[in-house]
Ligand binder design. Structure first.
Ligand SMILES: *Cc1c(COP(=O)(O)O)cnc(C)c1O
Length: 357
């Protein structure tokens, strides 16, 4: 089976071999305080730094998921008010997390699939601006210049970016981004159960100030995570298996090189979009303005063709996503385009679609 689902998704082709190795090396049994664990931990962190150009000044934390990253960011760095750019279900979830933590978040809601304004004015009391760079539920992608522009105009506001379903495609400028996070089950091609969060020194400082007066959680407060990260460890017994596998896969991805990987994502996205623009009777992009169309989670309106498309693909061993949530479950499809999806896989997908057009 080939999984073009937005996550969990297709596994990286070398995963099977590395999972076998984990039995050989007792990855499931050794202590998370042992020297060998610390080696695996730092291999994964260094792999991330190299792959995504995360500077040494920024901390890299391992959490259980990206929803946890959303919660930890709010909990550790917001006294009162975060500002949320809501463009779909995942960005809305982040806003709701801030509400659940009894903060007073503010937001701008942009209708699903619609263009993102170039300039977004932040309310005066904003402490953290929360942006979902790639909204998986609608296939909308926010251009990086919009994200990078906040820091210049609002140097004291922390900028938090969800790149869960686009990483490693966007080339973030870490001097303008205080938090970035992703989960490994999407663009990294690993089994679920591990989130990665990068934190700037400015954000870490703010969290230390907050911690003096407010509850910022316990074992996963930033200060607790930082003390252990400096020793290549985590406060709790972490997902050792996931961290081990992440280090292995990053080694392979780094060998291939981020430039080539980004180039290929772009080329594959073009192929898929070209198919639909040549065959509009098969479907049309949900995001009509191409400037805001995701290259990693593509969404199309296919109407009554949905069943035929899903069935024809399934018969050939290809699984794609339906639309997200009750609103889009019927009549829409989503296709993930991650590094682990080879050109051959995309060609197979398009060949099946071509047959039924
Ligand atoms: C999948 C996803 C999440 C949630 O990730 P989990 O690992 O399930 O916590 C958050 N944001 C976006 C944009 C996503 O696609």
């Amino acid at each position: 089976m080939i999984y073009f689902t937005p996550g969990p998704s297709q596994l990286h082709k070398n995963i099977a071999r590395y999972i076998q190795d984990t039995l050989k090396y007792n990855v499931g049994s050794v202590s998370h305080r042992s020297e060998i664990y610390k080696k695996w931990h730092s291999k994964a962190v260094l792999g991330i730094r190299k792959f995504l150009s995360v500077p040494d000044s920024h901390s890299v934390f391992f959490l259980s998921s990206s929803l946890e990253s959303m919660e930890r960011i709010i909990q550790n760095t917001v006294y009162k008010s975060s500002f949320h750019v809501i463009i779909g279900a995942f960005s809305k979830k982040w806003y709701e997390i801030a509400e659940a933590l009894k903060k007073s978040p503010t937001q701008i809601t942009i209708p699903d699939g619609q263009p993102i304004p170039e300039k977004i004015t932040l309310p005066q009391n904003t402490e953290v601006v929360c942006i979902t760079q790639n909204e998986t539920s609608t296939g909308v992608s926010i251009p990086l210049n919009v994200i990078h522009s906040f820091k210049k105009k609002y140097p004291h506001v922390l900028v938090a970016v969800d790149v869960v379903s686009s990483c490693p495609f966007p080339k973030l400028d870490y001097s303008r981004v205080d938090f970035s996070f992703f989960s490994v089950q999407k663009g990294l091609g690993l089994p679920a159960g591990l989130g990665v969060l990068t934190v700037s020194p400015q954000a870490l400082f703010k969290s230390q100030e907050l911690e003096k007066k407010y509850s910022v959680g316990s074992y996963h407060s930033f200060s607790s995570l930082k003390i252990m990260a400096d020793k290549s460890q985590t406060p709790e017994t972490p997902n050792v298996l996931g961290i081990y596998l992440l280090g292995k896969i990053l080694h392979d991805l780094n060998k291939k090189g981020i430039k080539k990987i980004r180039y290929e994502i772009n080329e594959k996205a073009k192929l898929i979009h070209n198919f639909f623009s040549k065959n509009p009777q098969m479907g049309t992009p949900f995001v009509s303005d191409s400037r805001f169309r995701s290259s990693t989670t593509l969404m199309f309106k296919v109407g009554t063709k949905q069943k035929k498309i899903l069935n024809a693909l399934k018969k050939e061993g290809v699984i794609i996503g339906r639309g997200y949530g009750a609103k889009y479950k019927n009549g829409y499809i989503r296709v993930a385009n991650f590094p682990q999806h080879s050109l051959q896989m995309v060609n197979k997908l398009l060949k099946v679609l071509d047959k039924i057009k």
